[in-house]
Design a binder for this molecule. Structure first.
Ligand code: ADP
Ligand code: MG
Length: 284
């Protein structure tokens, strides 16, 4: 899967003109796990809705596997099958009477036969960690918030997309739900080789998972690099009003307090503690 954005502009023109995206140029290849970050209103949700054809850019081209999805006559159903989008609070879009029917909705729209549909429902519920037999006949409305979110994500996975985009998927989940989600995304990418685009405010989450971080600010792509590159640019991140992973912030503070040689391109507690020990030994 290869995605290319060329000179993308997007404007909303309701009560007033809003320049949501300004001249975005970007290529995404199949092997990436993208973390998309930025302040509220920076254009993240607009960008991902453009990618699966839900909205059309005001200007510019989006090319997916050689197909210009901004062209007049393009089959958007195929694009939406290839590029699955999990909205913010996706459980708000559950609507069928049973979990089975909800997850089956997407595959049925692909004109698959019922045998294949059932297989996909079973597989995708298993992927998100729900027991098919126990949950298939339940009403999605009687499940816990965390289970509802899993069902909604299963519904997108059942389309077997090559790219999975998630817009703040951990918002409102408890710590356990967040950990399960991180495990799921990790497996989808590193085991099933799915390209993932994850929008999140939780920098720890981004640092743990992403191979590349994109930062939007007022509709512009202002940083694009490895987590190491982006999170070691503390000054820029502060200017943008964005957090660093907490542990990285601590390393920056230690450096300010005289640990001149301590590394700051670290985001996990285990690696940080090793670095602090090394630095203390160096000082002895
Ligand atoms: P983010 O997801 O980073 O918070 P959005 O893409 O939702 O950013 O919004 C970017 C800008 O576009 C904001 O100024 C927002 O108010 C505006 N915007 C988003 N959706 C709409 C819409 N449907 N109509 C009008 N303005 C919108
Ligand atoms: Mg948003």
């Amino acid at each position: 899967m290869f995605i290319e954005l060329k000179n993308i502009f997007h404007e909303y023109n309701q009560d007033q003109l809003v320049k949501a995206l300004v001249d975005i140029n970007l290529s995404i290849t199949g092997s990436e796990f993208i973390g998309l970050v930025g302040h509220t209103g920076s254009g993240k949700s607009t960008l991902v809705q453009l990618l699966n054809g839900l909205i059309k850019p005001t200007r510019g081209q989006i090319i997916i596997d050689g197909i210009d999805i901004t062209a007049e006559k393009v089959n958007l159903n195929r694009i939406r099958q290839k590029i699955g989008l999990v909205f913010q609070y996706p459980e708000h879009q559950l609507f069928e009477e049973t979990v089975y029917e909800d997850v089956a909705f997407g595959p049925r729209n692909l004109d698959l036969n019922e045998v294949e549909v059932k297989k996909r429902v079973e597989e995708s519920l298993a992927l998100v960690g729900l027991e098919y037999e126990k949950i298939k006949d339940r009403s999605p409305f009687n499940l816990s918030g965390g289970q509802q979110r899993k069902v909604a994500i299963a519904g997108v996975l059942a389309m077997k997309p090559g790219v999975l985009i998630l817009d703040e998927p951990s918002a409102g989940l408890d710590p356990r739900g967040r950990d399960q989600l991180i495990d799921l995304l990790y497996n989808l990418h590193f085991e099933y080789e799915m390209t993932i685009i994850l929008i999140s405010h939780r920098m720890e989450e981004i640092a743990r998972l992403a191979t590349r971080v994109l930062v939007l600010d007022h509709g512009k792509l202002v940083l694009d690099g490895s987590p190491q590159e982006v999170f070691s640019n503390r000054k820029k991140m502060q200017e943008l009003g964005l957090d660093l992973p907490q542990i990285t912030d601590i390393l920056h503070r230690l450096r300010e307090r005289g640990f001149d040689n301590i590394r700051t391109d670290i985001f996990t507690i285990s690696e940080a503690s090793r670095e602090i020990v090394t630095e203390l030994r160096r000082r002895d």
